[in-house]
Design a protein around this ligand. Structure first.
Ligand code: 5GP
Length: 199
């Protein structure tokens, strides 16, 4: 359901902008396309977006969360500052399920500039106790789906704050990955050294 509503709204609104200024004819072209997107069927709009994504290197389509930041789509906003925003998830896994985002669009955690990452963590730090207290939760699971293979549906970094309750039947974060690998001490040492060498 989440994917369907995301796609529908994105395709209907389809706010495509050319980031390169001074290309008037292409700007006009985009305006026309934008108009047509609002008029045509979802399938046609999606096909056109796919075409543009391939054909135009500097096009940009807003994520659903950017449209929330812009005020184009309603959301239950619970916090906002200069660089970050938090709002209730539209399909909550628990009462109080909140998403925390950087206002600017970054797809993955490693795309977020350091200063914004610090702001994002500060907002999470502030929101977690507020959310827990608001719904009288016993705990919370705080997590990012970072990339499609990890289940990220909206390509705009967002941290989930999911309130948890004693006996709520949910699992720990350990339950999200596939079968646990059987790694030897040598393999673990190699992986640790590899990570260490990259930071
Ligand atoms: P992901 O799977 O990308 O980590 O999570 C995306 C989350 O965004 C989902 O939990 C989904 O319910 C939520 N979501 C998708 N579209 C909207 C929307 O338009 N408004 C709000 N508030 N949440 C949304």
């Amino acid at each position: 359901m989440a994917t369907a509503s995301h796609r529908t709204v994105t395709a209907r609104r389809c706010s495509i902008t050319c980031s390169e200024t001074g290309r008037q004819s292409e700007s006009g072209f985009f305006d026309v396309l934008e108009y047509r997107h609002t008029e045509r069927s979802l399938e046609t709009a999606l096909a056109r977006v796919t075409f543009l994504r391939r054909a135009v290197p500097d096009w940009h389509m807003s994520t659903i969360f950017s449209q929330i930041v812009a005020g184009d789509i309603p959301a239950r906003v619970v916090y906002e500052d200069e660089t970050t925003m938090a709002f209730l998830d539209a399909n909550p896994l628990a009462p109080g399920h909140t998403l925390v985002i950087p206002k600017d669009e970054y797809e993955r955690l490693n795309d977020v500039p350091e200063e914004v990452a610090a702001d994002l963590y500060a907002t999470l730090h502030r929101l977690v106790p507020a959310v827990e207290e608001a719904v009288d939760a016993d705990a919370s699971t705080v997590a990012f789906n970072n990339g499609e293979a990890a289940g990220q549906e909206v390509p705009h970094v967002h941290g989930h704050i999911v309130p948890r309750f004693d006996g709520d039947g949910g699992g720990p974060i350990h339950a999200v990955a596939g079968e646990a690998p059987d790694l030897s001490d040598d393999e673990l040492d190699d992986i640790a050294a590899d990570i260490d060498g990259r930071v």
